[in-house]
Design a protein around this ligand. Structure first.
Ligand code: FAD
Length: 178
């Protein structure tokens, strides 16, 4: 069954693996380096989080999936969603004790991100926000919390509900507690 085979991507990259999947730089199983099906298989669970029941999706979600399947260019919201996914996942995987150089690199990265983010009004506001609320880069927790608050400032601006930042690790690293 091809669908249940572990990803071959990292075999080509000669990444370290264990019986719990691909390992990260800390030697622990790395969720963001392992595809979902392999991860669930290693965890001894079904790949379906809905216990065999059909998933229900909204019309809006269906439209986005259709656009994605057709290979349409990103609109503001798709781009935003994908970007937040990347940024939050990066923040919760940032080092617990980053070196001074890593801290500088992250500040630079966020500055360059604000320069090149391809939604000009979003990027302009993000640059202003960076000036008013400089990034906290001294640890993974500091960065994750700062980013969560930055995302909440955008949520408030566009009229979306605020996210509870005490749950940022559950949402973006550990998965929801059952
Ligand atoms: P998103 O806001 O994209 O969030 C994705 C997921 O992140 C959510 O489903 C939720 O699970 C989680 N989440 C939500 N809030 C938080 C949080 N605070 N911390 C951690 N996780 C959270 N759109 C505009 O219309 N105007 C703008 O000025 C604008 N600026 C943007 C600036 C940046 C840097 C980015 C990346 C995006 C910006 N966007 C802007 C896009 C906007 O933020 C949303 O991405 C888009 O509207 C889609 O929203 P969504 O409801 O799908 O969820």
């Amino acid at each position: 069954d091809e669908g249940n085979e572990p990803s071959t991507f990292f075999q080509a990259q000669s990444a370290k693996t264990s019986n719990q999947g691909t390992l990260g730089p800390d030697g622990k199983p790395c969720r963001t380096c392992t595809d979902f099906r392999s991860w669930m298989k290693k965890a001894g669970s079904s790949a379906s989080s809905n216990q065999g029941r059909p998933l229900s999706i909204s019309e809006e979600q269906a439209a986005y999936i259709e656009r994605d399947l057709k290979g349409c260019p990103q609109d503001k919201d798709e781009l935003g969603r994908s970007t937040w996914k990347f940024l939050h996942t990066m923040s919760v995987n940032y080092p617990e004790k980053p070196s001074i150089q890593e801290q500088k690199d992250m500040v630079n990265f966020l500055g360059l991100f604000g320069k090149f983010y391809p939604c000009a009004p979003c990027a302009e506001d993000f640059r202003k926000d960076l000036e008013q609320n400089p990034p906290k880069v001294e640890s993974d927790m500091a960065l994750s919390r700062w980013l969560c608050q930055a995302h909440n400032r955008v949520n408030i601006k566009v009229g979306k509900p605020e996210f509870d930042c005490s749950k940022v690790l559950e949402r973006w690293r550990d998965g929801w507690k059952d």
